[in-house]
Design a protein around this ligand. Structure first.
Ligand code: GDP
Ligand code: GDP
Length: 437
């Protein structure tokens, strides 16, 4: 997902602008579970485009009285993390030497920067805005963050400058496998992505007709097409190294949403953390395929007992992802990196499986016979028939008399029976219970 940063001296109105943009249809957008909203970064949708908006004024570090230094750090942070930058100045305060310094830093970057003068609430301020032409920027936007004036025009231009994002063509019967690589900072995501792109038999497709950094990378391997999602974001290595946990979480969740299969990278040396489980939980919740890549295996002290304990613990903690194959790899040394794409394909091929209705019903009948459905409030739960209306992931609809009362343990039993009978042990599947039509 693209990131738009707002930079500028203190008090020019950054957080006012941030709030104005967020207020628009915010309720619809910030629907990622487990991500609390704060004033620093949030995902927003404007004109049908989704992006992360970042108020760099919130990231203060170092000496809290050294405003010049803090502002400079914000700008460096924005240059590291953002795809587009809004520079804000204050018409009421007038042109300030600090503005010129920031503009000089921004001008050296090749990222799109939009220069805006805020607090242009009326004609009087329009005149003040004029002195900012002295900054020598191509275009100057006059806005009033407090009243909304000029904000829409500014945003339209910002959105137009964001890199294109790939989307599935719904008409394509054989779409590329969309792969996200997710995990905690330092798990080894960028090392793995670089190793994959550097593999001999991997062909990285040229990006069609754009001069900007592409967000995603299309590639081919053994005649199969893949798209690595948000490669630009993964490979972009911050120089400022500020703590941007929330930004990385939002981006990871968005990448999961846009993928068929997520490669969840776990650091073998650090072990499984709550954040790993949180990301894994999202993969499960969103019904995406998953490959768990236990990375830095080269640095894991290997003795049989330790390995067995590690694996048992891993399976146990990720028990909500029983279908995810586990690979132990070393992205750095290239060990078993060549297993990653085949593993993704195995998952993806199951993710696409479709079973005919006759077969679904035979397997359902067998399951019912093997393990009779339990009573609900003294009455027998009855299943009539089942179909598979969709794939990605395989989704089954089971018609029955008490669709809301199918106990969780019986759902799990049926799920396991389906998985086994249809060869879907490596993909999530969904069972929906409906009243007979
Ligand atoms: P930040 O430090 O850059 O985040 O600035 P704030 O958003 O906190 O705003 C600083 C002050 O400027 C606050 O008192 C705002 O109410 C005020 N302000 C922000 N935008 C406008 C505007 O468009 N017009 C006017 N008149 N005041 C504004
Ligand atoms: P990211 O933040 O998830 O993208 O992680 P990086 O790819 O930047 O890796 C973080 C650190 O872990 C770097 O110092 C890498 O060299 C190191 N690293 C990555 N993969 C491995 C590995 O397989 N083994 C070891 N020992 N170190 C690794």
């Amino acid at each position: 997902m693209s990131v738009v940063a707002i930079v500028g001296r203190p008090n020019v109105g950054k957080s006012t602008l941030f709030n104005r943009i967020c207020r628009r249809r915010q309720a619809l957008v910030d629907d990622f579970p487990g991500v609390t909203r704060d004033r620093l970064t949030t995902s927003v949708e404007v004109e049908g485009r989704r992006f992360v908006l970042m108020d760099t004024g919130g990231f203060l570090s170092g000496d809290p009285t050294d405003f010049a230094e803090q502002t400079r750090r914000q700008v460096l942070l924005a240059l590291d993390e953002a795809d587009a930058i809004i520079f804000l100045a204050d018409a009421k305060a007038g042109l300030h030497p600090g503005d010129e310094e920031l503009v000089n830093i921004l001008r050296r970057s090749d990222k799109p920067v939009f220069y805006a003068v805020n607090k242009v609430d009326g004609r009087e301020q329009e005149i003040h805005a004029a002195e900012f032409f002295g900054l020598g920027t191509d275009r100057l936007y006059s806005v009033s963050a407090a009243h909304g004036y000029g904000v829409r025009e500014l945003l339209e231009d910002v959105i137009a400058a964001l890199p294109e994002e790939w989307a599935d063509d719904p008409q394509d019967p054989d779409p590329p496998v969309r792969v996200s690589v997710v995990g905690r900072p330092n798990a080894g995501k960028s090392t793995l992505v670089n190793a994959l792109l550097g593999e001999q038999r991997v062909i990285v497709s040229p990006v069609p007709g754009t001069t900007r950094d592409a967000v995603d990378t299309p590639l081919e391997w053994e005649g199969r097409r893949f798209v690595l999602i948000d490669t630009a974001g993964i490979r972009r290595k911050g120089k400022t190294r500020e703590k941007l946990e929330k930004l990385s979480v939002i981006k990871a969740l968005d990448s999961i949403d846009r993928s068929h299969v997520a490669v969840l990278m776990v650091d073998a040396v650090e072990g499984v953390t709550d954040q790993d489980l949180h990301i894994g939980g999202t993969i499960q919740e969103r019904g995406r395929g998953c490959v768990i890549a236990v990375n830095k295996w080269d640095a894991f002290e290997k003795d049989l007992k330790r390995i067995r304990m590690f694996m048992q613990d891993l399976r146990d903690r990720f028990r909500f992802l029983p279908f995810a194959p586990i690979l132990t790899i070393s992205a750095l040394k290239g060990k078993r990196v060549s297993r990653v794409l085949p593993s993704i394909l195995e998952v993806f091929d199951q993710y696409n499986l479709r079973v005919n209705t006759g077969m679904v019903n035979r397997v359902l009948a067998d399951a019912l016979e093997k393990h009779e459905p339990p009573l609900v409030s003294g009455r027998r739960l009855k299943f009539y028939y089942a179909t598979q209306p969709s794939t990605r992931p395989p989704t089954f609809v089971l018609f029955c008399n008490y669709p809301d009362r199918v106990h969780f343990s019986y759902q799990r039993f049926l799920t396991n029976q389906f998985r086994e009978a249809f060869g879907m042990d490596k993909t999530p599947i969904r069972l929906l219970f409906r009243e007979r039509a």
